[in-house]
Design a protein around this ligand. Structure first.
Ligand SMILES: C[S@@+](CC[C@H](N)C(=O)[O-])C[C@H]1O[C@@H](n2cnc3c(N)ncnc32)[C@H](O)[C@@H]1O
Length: 297
């Protein structure tokens, strides 16, 4: 079954991602940004997140192999994986399953919550007190730490995919560095591989985020911009959930998005979110400079 939100050129398939991958031509997708089930017993609507570990890794190997087939040679797979404190190997096991198919080009740490002491931030930050920002699920344990980050593994066919590092650039704190390094002439430096992206605050989980394991749309948005939004013709999220990657594509004016999930409830919500994302975009432009970005907003 296909859901087509024609205005955005987003196509949602109520289907197993392996079937969707099989329908796509080889080397036809520029970027995949996704977060598969982590096999940690999460309470999804339909999917049973409790496979025996060996079966889960075999399946992981299969879908990443299928993803690698459809990726362009200069494409990117941004693979978000978390873990639970009592099962910290999950993320590493998943990325090992990718090893026969793709190169591990970068490891990004998605920081969900961080505490920064006023003194460590330095005088330029002008903090009046220590800072603790972001959301995380606190755990009660004398062994494990609260889990405040997840991985985003950047996997590519050849390990040499060019990136638009300054699309996520941050201004140099010390402007004298700008003169010293000619490459920094526009006053920006590479953000690096620690991305602080908190969850959006919600009022009611059942209404505002009816899914147990989403990422904020800003996460796929940063992945797409890092790859280079203006050179992406087709993006994909094979585990669409509530469609955060689809929303990011709309925000950036990516011409085509393909998503799939085995859960109709989630796909319905994803299609709604895409429609919502299109509304304010008519008035507000995202500063990527691409003509598609101007068109969608
Ligand atoms: C971690 S969630 C993705 C959440 C998404 N990133 C978001 O922000 O909303 C994983 C999703 O994969 C879906 N899923 C599980 N097995 C699948 C399969 N074989 N093919 C497609 N989707 C699947 C689940 O229903 C679930 O919505």
């Amino acid at each position: 079954m296909v859901r087509d939100t024609a205005a955005t050129r987003s196509r949602f398939y109520l289907a197993d991602c392996l079937d969707v991958f099989a329908q796509l031509d080889a080397h036809s997708v520029d970027v995949i940004v996704t977060s598969p089930p982590y096999n940690l017993g999460i309470g999804y609507n339909r999917y049973q997140d409790t496979l025996p570990r060996a079966d889960y890794l075999e399946w992981t190997n299969a879908w990443i192999g299928a993803a690698a087939r459809v990726l362009r040679p200069d494409g990117s797979l941004f693979l978000n994986v978390g873990a639970k404190p009592s099962d910290p190997w999950t993320a590493f096991d998943v990325v090992q399953a990718a090893r026969p198919h793709l190169r591990l080009q970068n490891i990004i740490h998605w920081i969900k919550s961080i505490a920064i002491e006023r003194d460590s931030a330095g005088a330029a930050a002008a903090l009046t007190r220590d800072l603790a920002v972001g959301h995380y699920k606190p755990i009660n344990s004398d062994r494990f730490l609260n889990d405040c980050h997840e991985f985003v593994f950047h996997l590519t066919p050849g390990g040499g995919t060019r990136l638009d590092r300054l699309a996520l650039g941050v201004p140099y704190q010390d402007q004298s560095n700008v003169a010293r390094w000619t490459k920094a002439a526009d006053g920006l430096r590479c953000r690096g591989n620690t991305w602080f992206i908190p969850y959006e605050t919600i009022q009611r989980r059942d209404r505002d985020r009816p899914h147990p394991a989403t990422f904020p749309a800003k996460l796929p948005e940063q992945c797409l911009r890092l790859h280079g939004a203006s050179r992406i013709r087709r993006a994909m999220d094979p585990f669409t959930g509530l469609g955060s990657t689809a929303v990011a594509c709309v925000r950036l004016g990516i011409p085509e998005f393909i998503g799939c999930d085995i859960d109709e409830t989630y796909l319905d919500a994803a299609a709604e979110r895409v429609k919502e994302a299109l509304k304010p975009k008519m008035a507000k432009a995202w500063p990527t400079g691409s003509s598609m970005a101007n068109r969608h907003g």
